[in-house]
Design a protein around this ligand. Structure first.
Ligand code: PLP
Length: 397
């Protein structure tokens, strides 16, 4: 049975054109970009072409502003550590400002910096997922800030932050602004040259590129310190032999994503069809952050009195891949901090399931998922009913 893949915010399939572009670099084209011979020069040229493609996708002023990394996590951590330490050194600033709904790739480096003596201030979001901008500004004004950071789009709900406005508030105050763009890149048009964003993290595997490769956009002139020291690769900004096949794949994926941005409307129509279909056919459902400006491909649905994990497991058996919150958090059983930040209680957060589409999603797959879902939810509710009667409470937690 072919799976219907509705978990594209966790990762995406490598596009066939990306695989084709990568294959030679896994075989005969084996050069190290730092080598002087012909194979080395070819590899360096290929890395350069990929850098230009990624720069075009995000609208960077120059390809030199793109540093290749091992993925979104490394890019976030590199930027946060560099900006925080520079802020402490140059301006004696110890406060780090972030939103309450950031990915662990941001929250965990911030927690690490807090153990070094920085103070982390998390700005709340409202029930729709919108950031409290007044609070954001108040937090910036209360104490000298080394950096502020906000994700462009949330991985669990798809809610979009107005990073242009937030960045402008930071720039007025001379506070560097980092953006986690991992979910937004390739889904939203970007003109970074024209935006008050200093650093931006991106990752190839969210846009039909390979896993284990990403990039950090580093605006020209932003003070920087590498995370990894060693060889002079990436103009001294990230040591280690380049992942040439991965970088080439990322470059091809960036070209394809740029030329596919106009498909966002079609993907949004499929997402809306799925969402409306679920709300109409499964009682006790509602969309989390449904009122927010959202990515075209994401919906996060609360199924009352139902375990999200049980539903995801049953759907998987029935050939539909979905997810409970962030992939990195599954297995931990902890309710999503993003959904709790929206005001859901623990039970509601544990009853929520994310469906995320991509430009490769077919209309027929949405229809098939809609055939399977109502019966799956009904089956789980029927199973849960006698148990809850026994324990004297409805549903499960
Ligand atoms: N930031 C966000 C918003 C993400 O969704 C993810 C991955 O799920 C990451 C960062 C981490 O990216 P990577 O898997 O490339 O390390």
């Amino acid at each position: 049975m072919e799976s219907i893949y509705l978990d594209n915010n966790a990762t995406t399939a490598v596009a066939p054109q990306v695989l084709e572009a990568m294959l030679p670099w896994l075989g005969a084209r084996c050069g190290n970009p730092s080598s002087l011979h012909r194979l080395g020069a070819e590899a360096a040229d290929a890395v350069g072409a990929a850098r230009r493609a990624v720069a075009r996708l995000v609208g960077a002023r120059s390809a030199r502003e793109i540093v290749f990394t091992s993925g979104g996590t490394e890019s976030d951590q590199t930027a946060l550590f560099a900006l925080a330490r520079e802020g402490a050194r140059a301006r004696k600033a110890r406060r780090l400002v972030a939103t309450a709904v950031e990915h662990p790739a941001v929250l965990e480096p911030l927690a690490h910096l807090a153990r070094e003596g920085f103070e982390v201030a998390l700005v709340p979001v409202d029930a729709s997922g919108a950031l409290d901008e007044q609070r954001f500004v108040a937090v910036l004004d209360e104490a000298p800030c080394a950096l502020a950071t906000a994700m462009w789009a949330n991985n669990e709900t798809g809610a979009i932050h107005d990073v242009a406005r937030l960045g402008a508030r930071c720039r007025e105050r001379g506070v560097p602004f980092h953006v986690d763009g991992v979910q937004a890149v390739g889904k939203l048009p970007m003109r970074l040259f024209d935006l008050p964003i200093d650093t931006l993290a991106l990752s190839a595997h969210k846009l039909h590129g390979p896993k284990g490769v990403g990039a950090l956009y580093l605006r020209r002139g932003v003070p920087f310190e590498p995370l990894l020291y060693g060889g002079p690769q990436e103009a001294g900004r990230r040591a280690g032999t380049e992942n040439v096949p991965g970088v080439v794949g990322f470059g091809r994926a960036a070209e394809l994503a740029l030329s596919s941005l106009d498909q966002a409307g079609r993907v949004a129509a499929q997402r809306d069809r799925l969402e409306r279909g679920i709300l109409a056919s499964v009682p006790g459902t509602r969309v989390n952050a449904g009122g927010a400006a959202r990515l075209c491909n994401t919906t996060n649905v609360l199924f009352e009195d139902l375990s999200g994990e049980a539903l995801v497991t049953l759907l998987s058996e029935l050939g539909v891949c979905a997810s409970t919150g962030a992939a990195c958090a599954t297995g931990k059983q902890a309710p999503s901090h993003v959904l709790l930040a929206l005001g859901l209680d623990e039970r509601e957060a544990s009853s929520s399931v994310r469906f995320s589409l991509s430009r490769m999603t077919q209309d027929g797959e949405i229809e098939r998922a809609l055939e399977v879902l109502p019966a799956a939810a009904a089956r789980l509710r029927a199973l849960a009913a006698p148990l809850s009667a026994l324990s004297g409470r409805a549903g499960q937690g």
